[in-house]
Ligand binder design. Structure first.
Ligand code: ZN
Length: 106
């Protein structure tokens, strides 16, 4: 969540958020302090459900999703005769052959 820091009404310097306290139902009170002139400025801000915020909506509309579709299911890998199983088997066989060659040379 992005908290916008308003300008100080007295000197137009960007204020710092000092604290957030509960306000009336559905609101919180944000206290901003000006570091230049020590002016204290309070603002009531409506609370937004994080799941309904514009930032969350943008994130959900994006292309971020779990990598389930890109990964083959574990059942498919373990199934004998499946393409992935054959590939893994031939890779293991190739590694064993290389290991035998390396051991035989020394
Ligand atoms: Zn100020």
């Amino acid at each position: 969540m992005i908290i916008l820091r308003p300008l100080c009404p007295a000197c137009q310097t960007r204020t710092m958020l000092a604290r957030i306290t509960p306000g009336p139902s559905g609101f919180d009170i944000r206290t901003f302090e000006c570091l230049a002139c020590a002016h204290v400025h309070q603002r009531a801000v409506e609370l937004v459900d994080p799941m309904k915020s514009p930032e969350t909506a943008r994130w959900l509309r994006g292309e971020l999703h779990a990598p389930t579709s890109a990964m083959p299911a574990l059942d498919d890998i373990a199934k004998a005769g499946s393409k992935t199983f054959d590939r893994v088997l031939s890779l293991v066989a190739a590694l064993i052959v290389v290991a035998i060659i390396v051991v035989a040379r020394y």
